[in-house]
Ligand binder design. Structure first.
Ligand SMILES: [Zn+2]
Ligand SMILES: [Zn+2]
Length: 336
């Protein structure tokens, strides 16, 4: 924890000043917290981490629509350039000249005040609570992952790893109308929650052979799409076994060692289509509508709550998977 100066009173063009009300601790923050790096990206200390947040707009620059002031907003953390081939082609998640909130060198959201481009603030309706608003960012990723899967109603899916992104993916799959939806995890509380969220089957991958169980449930065929939402070596291998020939694997998880492997012969003989999820692509609006419609109880994933002075404890807890944590939230306006 350290003191940071308030942002300068004069906001840069296009910017808004947001008083941060809630911050979510994300698994990708933990990579930085624990290793000082994520993949090849090294953090330069000190830096403020965190990219999942919501807040209230306190002021805007002179060139920004003043009606934004006082609004509760979700924060889109990808600062895409808006000019490159990918931004112009409607793929801002693949921007080659981006910054990301909470990734070196751009400061993160775990602080009371944030200056952010107004165009990347999405007002949220009253029907969306503060905690739900924080979960819109990972939900947008889950919606994009399901977009990439190209699933049709009645097709089958497996979700390997039922943490936050796996749990949110499961909720979106329910909306698509997939059946069965088979979820795996090593933690009993996560599997219980997956059952409540509508998984048709849950498998404790520490006790049973997940791939063999999924084969059994699907009559030996395998599922149409497997979502890898863990990043571990075990689930990266499982996904090629759990997916039917010609099916798809959608990889959401991030591997700690930045290196993954699977049995080539299995993936090749099945002609699998393996897709990598890169954040979200213009899905935040749909995420807001889904939550506002009351269909997705995303805030059920919030298990722990901290004040700003508890930020260290929040990151430690998530880092060690302590106390059955799924999503921990920090309230930067609460000092206590
Ligand atoms: Zn995140
Ligand atoms: Zn770009």
């Amino acid at each position: 924890m350290r003191e940071v100066a308030d942002p300068p009173a004069r906001l840069p063009a296009g910017a808004a000043l947001v008083r941060i009300r809630k911050v979510g601790v994300c698994g990708s923050d933990i990579h930085l917290f624990r290793h000082g790096r994520i993949g090849e990206l090294l953090a330069k200390m000190p830096m403020t981490i965190g990219h999942e947040a919501m807040g209230v707009v306190e002021a805007v620059a002179g060139d920004v629509d003043g009606s934004l002031v006082g609004r509760r907003v979700a924060i889109e953390p990808t600062l895409s350039c808006g000019r490159c081939e990918y931004c112009l082609g409607g793929q801002p998640n693949l921007c080659t000249d981006y910054q990301f909130v909470g990734l070196p060198p751009h400061p993160g959201v775990t602080q009371p005040l944030l200056v952010h481009p107004a165009r990347l603030l999405e007002p949220v309706p009253d029907a969306v609570s503060d905690e739900q608003a924080v979960l819109l960012e990972p939900l947008a990723v889950a919606v994009w992952a399901v977009d990439l899967a190209g699933l049709k109603v009645g097709q089958s899916a497996a979700v390997l790893g039922t943490g936050v992104l796996g749990g949110l993916t499961l909720m979106v799959l329910r909306q698509v109308g997939c059946n069965p939806i088979i979820c795996t995890d090593l933690l009993a509380n996560r599997l219980a929650l997956a059952g409540e969220f509508g998984a048709t089957h849950t498998i404790d991958a520490g006790k049973a052979d997940a791939a063999a169980e999924i084969a059994r449930i699907t009559g030996g065929r395998g599922v149409d799409v497997t979502f890898e939402a863990c990043g571990s070596a075990a689930t990266m291998e499982q996904m090629v076994h759990t997916t039917r020939p010609g099916g798809r694997c959608v990889v959401i998880g991030i591997n700690d060692d930045d290196r993954v492997s699977f049995t080539h012969g299995v993936a090749r003989r099945k002609g699998l289509d393996i897709r990598m999820v890169r954040r979200s692509r213009l899905t935040l609006g749909r995420a807001i509508d889904l939550v506002a419609g009351g269909k997705l109880p995303v805030d059920r994933l919030v298990t722990h709550r901290f004040s700003l002075s508890g930020a260290q404890a929040a990151f430690d807890l998530v880092s060690h998977y302590g106390d059955n944590v799924i999503k921990a939230m920090i309230s930067p306006q609460e000092a206590g």
